[in-house]
Each structure stands twice: as C-alpha cells, then as structure tokens.
Design a protein around this ligand. Structure first.
Ligand code: HEC
Ligand code: HEC
Length: 514
C-alpha cells in the first residue's frame, strides 16, 4: 500500500510539474507577445491590434493579433490553451489529497500551532478553495475592477491576511502550500469560468454573424493579467516547501507576504524591463532585501544557539535516547511506521555517525523551528528539545561522555527519589502513557489514532496472556525497538534505575486485563 501511494505521489507530481510548466509557459509567452506588438507595417485585413516577428529553431514567425474575426474567416483549425491549466489544477488537487489530506493530515496539523483536528484541517482547506474564488469574484463587482493597481493592493492585503490566519492554524509547511493552492485555484477558476467562456461567446457570435461584443475579450484579458501576476507568487510558495527557513520562520506570514510581493514585482519587471515603474522597482528590490533579511541564517548560522551557552553538559547517550525515541520511528532506513516506505528526505538517524553528521539540521528542525518531529507525533517535550540544543551548542560531540539524563516527564512536583513508587508510576502513566494507550487502556486517543502501528490496547485478553511481566518491563524501559516492536513505543531509560516504578507500571498495564 505504501509503495502504491509512493508511486501515485511520484506520478501525480510529475504530471503536475509538467502541466504547470506548460500553463505558465503559455501565460508568459502570450503576455510577452501582447507587450511586444507593434503597429502594422503594411495594410492587413481585419481588426488588427498589432504585429510581431520572431525567429526560433531555424525559421521566422509572423504573428498578427486580431481583436475579432469576421464571419467566414474562421480557420479550420483554431488552437485553444485550456487543458494546461485544468490538468495543473486537477493534478495539484490530487497531490493535495495524497500528501496533505492523507496520513491523518500530518503535514497540515501541528498541535504546537493550533488545536485543529485532522478533519477540521481538511474541511477548512477544502472550503477555502471555492471561497477564495467567490471573494475574488465579489471584488470584480466593485469599482476595483476598473483600477488594476487598486485591485492589486487590495488583493495583496487580503492574501497577507489569509497567510497570517493560515500560519496560525496549520503547520508552516501546510500553510504555505494552502496559500499556493488557494491562489492557483483562483487562477484555474478564472480560466474555466471566465476566460474560456468569453472566448466561446466571441466565437459563437462570429459564427452566427452577429456583432461581436469585444468587451468579452477585454474582460478575459483582465483575468489573464491577474493570473499572469499570480504565477510567480504561486511558484515561490509551492517551492518554498523545500526550505524550512521560510515556512519554519517565527513570522512565516511575513515571509509569505514578501515572497508574494517579490514574485509579482519580478514578473512586472520581466515584462517591462527598462520601462518598469520606479514604485515596482522599489518593491522588487525591497522585497528581495526583506526576504534575504528574514530568512538569513543569523550571525552564528544556528538561530537561538546562544540561549544554550550556559546549559549543563549534555551526554551523547542522552541525545541518542531522545533521537531513538522521538525521531527514529520515521528516520530509519526502514521506518517503523507505515507512513513512509523509506527515510523522509533520506535522513537516517539510527547511528552515532548519522546523528553527528546531521547535528545542525537536527538543531534547525527540532530545536530552532520546531518543525520536527512531524506534527510532533512522537510527543517530544520542550525539555528534550532544550537538551538537543545544549548538545549542539556544546559542539555536537558524538563522544560527549556521561549517562542518559532525561528530564522527568512525570509529576509537576519535583520527583523525590524516596517517593512512593506506586504514586510515581500512576503519575507517569497519566502524563506519558495515557496519551497513546488511553487512560482506560483502550488506546483510542487522537494520538493513538494517528500512529501506525497502533499503540497496544491493554484490554486485549489474548495479548495479556501472551506476554510475560519481564517482557513488559523490558518494553517500558528500553522501548518497542528493543523487543522487535515499533520504535514509536518510546524508551524510558531513566526508569532503569527505578525497578519498583517499572514493576508498578507493569501492574498498571496488567490491571486493564478484562
Ligand atoms: C512521524 C514521522 C517523523 C518523525 C517522528 C520525525 N520526522 Fe523528521 N522528517 C519527516 C518528514 C516527512 C520529513 C520530510 C519533510 C520535511 O522536511 O518537512 C522530515 C525531514 C527531516 C529532516 C530533513 C529536512 C531538512 O531540513 O533537510 C530533518 C533534519 C529531520 N526531519 C529531523 C528530525 C528529527 C531531529 C526528529 C526527532 C526529533 C524527526 N525528524 C522526527 C518525518 C518525521
Ligand atoms: C508515543 C506513543 C506512546 C507512548 C507515549 C507510550 N506508548 Fe506504549 N506503545 C506504543 C505503540 C505504538 C505500541 C505498539 C508497538 C508495536 O506493536 O510494534 C506500544 C506498545 C506498548 C506495549 C506492548 C508491547 C508488546 O510487546 O506488545 C506496552 C506494554 C506499552 N506500550 C507500555 C507503555 C507504557 C507503560 C507507557 C508509558 C510509560 C507507554 N507504553 C507509552 C506507543 C506509545
């Protein structure tokens, strides 16, 4: 199943990229043609707007643009450009479903950003696509439709506000992609509902010999121009998904706004070259500068590292314990979760050498931007992130000596070594185990539903009979991976020194036996 999904993902992605290149290529070419037309150099038939000569691949092309055709002038073969845009949208939507809606929407939701559930996140995403086009249509019904600049400004304001809202609801990555998808939907809807029907209308009038209302052509052109200026912003937001420094930024919505401004200004400057309006030129340079400034690796390349300057020395054993329990379920040569058939982005964090090699990326993703673990499915704590941060600040030595020293996940009160083991076990169970195995031992929590394999339901009688107490104790201390089970069952190495607490936990697990 995973393999099939992988192939589907790859196939749809190829279709999407190829169709998008064709669509955007058309948009660029036709806008360029329009802006380079000159007055006819010789008498030409019909309602001529302008002419243009080009040379390409060993020949010369003479292009004449006509506003309308007379009846009987219709050529036998008239080429349309619409499937490029439809295919781009359809394949993009399929990708959205496969990558962002599938897998419990793990790329969309982020519990550290908002409490949106997977279902709500998907519903919001689906609802936004048509709503954006409706709002855009409403703008066309206002006087803004007569003033391209004002339209652009209002559109920019609305998109920035949407970006602000989305980056406070979705994971950064999900928010960026949703922005791209929303703009692209407006573009495709423009083609489907406005541009192509206008062309059809003019064609029908020509065929019927009735006077052609060229205002249809002008209206279609207005939509085309908007689409054209959206192309680069859409491309940039979609591609920024490969750059955590953009969507992982603390002010990700500002990065989005700047990317948007840069894309639209760049397109304008590409069209008008030396005739670019000074305001657009300023916005082009300003937004580029703003983007570089915002995403620039701060002084010491790893933002926030100085905060760990005075932290206690952290042993590699500690780091290893955190990475094994929080990261390796996905970042293994053979991931322990059905979500992935291979390590995401090729990043494997199983061995000392691999962890050392990726220390900076680990810092950026798990400490600075908190974009890892994905959707915090493995429940890393801030204290653990801080330990990783301190280790990197101390030079990320893979031979840093010392025992495993993990923060006590339990009890808000400081753990007392002499405290009642039963009380410690109960506290541990409610604060740690219950999130996955359920307070009732049924493993029906939201977190449990997101995990694959599913956390063990303790109420299963057959399973209770099949395992020994020693086995349970080993799983609890050393984690699932130590007994050939999934590494999603985290290790609790600090319990190795507290056998009484472990025994109490084993009894707790047993207490759910029906
Ligand atoms: C539930 C699965 C999952 C878990 C758990 C997880 N990751 Fe990831 N990781 C991914 C996916 C998917 C990607 C690729 C997408 C992306 O970059 O956001 C990724 C990408 C990465 C990258 C490479 C991207 C880059 O910036 O070059 C790093 C580094 C990384 N993760 C570190 C970690 C660390 C450190 C942990 C543990 C604290 C962790 N991950 C836990 C799924 C996971
Ligand atoms: C991040 C979620 C998570 C947390 C937190 C968690 N577990 Fe688990 N646990 C799992 C998963 C997933 C499995 C299933 C592993 C498998 O079947 O490969 C599992 C399996 C188990 C098993 C069964 C092992 C077996 O051999 O069948 C026991 C026992 C267990 N967990 C106890 C605990 C205890 C006790 C705690 C708290 C100290 C705890 N778990 C915390 C996810 C979790």
């Amino acid at each position: 199943m995973t393999i099939v999904l992988d192939w589907l993902n790859l196939f749809v992605r190829w279709v999407h990229v190829i169709a998008a290149i064709m669509w955007i290529g058309d948009s660029f070419l036709f806008m360029w043609l329009d802006s380079h037309l000159t007055a006819p150099t010789k008498p030409r038939e019909g309602a001529v707007v302008g002419e243009l000569w080009m040379t390409h691949s060993g020949g010369f092309y003479e292009v004449i643009k006509r506003k309308s055709l007379a009846q009987g002038e219709l050529p036998a073969q008239l080429y349309w450009f619409k499937w490029e845009s439809y295919t781009t949208w359809l394949s993009g939507f399929a990708l959205l479903c496969v990558v962002y809606y599938g897998g419990n929407a793990a790329f969309l939701v982020d519990p550290s950003v908002s409490s949106l559930t997977a279902g709500q996140a998907v519903a919001l995403s689906l609802g936004l696509l048509p709503t954006a086009f409706l709002v855009y249509e409403l703008l066309w019904a206002t006087p803004l439709s007569k003033d391209n600049r004002a339209f652009g400004l209002v559109g920019f304001g609305l998109l920035s506000a949407l970006g602000y809202a989305l980056t406070h609801l979705y994971s950064g990555r999900g928010a960026f992609l949703q922005m791209g998808a929303t703009m692209a939907t407006v573009m495709a809807a423009n083609v489907f509902f406005r541009i192509i029907p206008s062309q059809r209308h003019m064609l029908a009038a020509t065929k019927a010999g009735t006077p052609v209302d060229t205002s249809y052509g002008l209206r279609a052109k207005g939509r085309s121009v908007h689409n054209h200026y959206l192309t680069l912003p859409v491309l940039f937001t979609m591609l920024s998904n490969h750059f955590p420094s953009t969507y992982g930024h603390a002010q990700a919505w500002l990065v989005l706004a700047v990317l948007f401004l840069f894309g639209a200004s760049l397109k304008y400057a590409m069209n008008f070259r030396s005739k670019t309006h000074p305001v657009v030129l300023t916005s082009l340079v300003g937004s580029l500068g703003g983007f570089i400034f915002l995403t620039m690796p701060t002084r010491e390349a790893l933002p926030g590292l100085e905060a760990y300057a005075h932290a206690r020395p952290v042993s590699f054993a500690t780091v290893d314990a955190i990475v094994q329990s929080r990261c390796v379920s996905c970042h293994a040569a053979k991931p322990g979760t059905a979500m992935f058939s291979g390590p995401p982005q090729g990043i494997v964090l199983e061995t000392k050498a691999q962890i050392g090699l990726h220390a900076e990326r680990i810092y950026l993703r798990a400490v600075a931007t908190k974009t890892m673990p994905l959707g915090n499915l493995t429940g890393i704590t801030q204290a653990e992130r801080d330990l990783l941060g301190a280790w990197v600040a101390q030079g990320a030595h893979v031979d840093a000596p010392g025992p495993v020293e993990l923060p006590q996940a339990a009890a808000p009160s400081p753990p007392q070594p002499a405290a009642d083991p039963q009380a410690r076990a109960d506290a541990l169970f409610t604060t740690v185990c219950a999130s996955c195995h359920g307070a009732d031992g049924r493993a029906e929590t939201d977190t449990a539903k997101a995990l694959s394999p599913h956390p063990r339901a303790y109420v299963d009688a057959a399973w209770q009979k099949s395992v020994t107490d020693e086995h349970l104790a080993k799983v609890i201390v050393e984690g699932g991976a130590a007994v050939g089970k999934s590494a999603l069952m985290p290790a609790n190495p600090d319990l190795a020194r507290e056998p009484l607490v472990v025994q109490a936990l084993v009894q707790k697990v047993r207490s759910f036996a029906p």
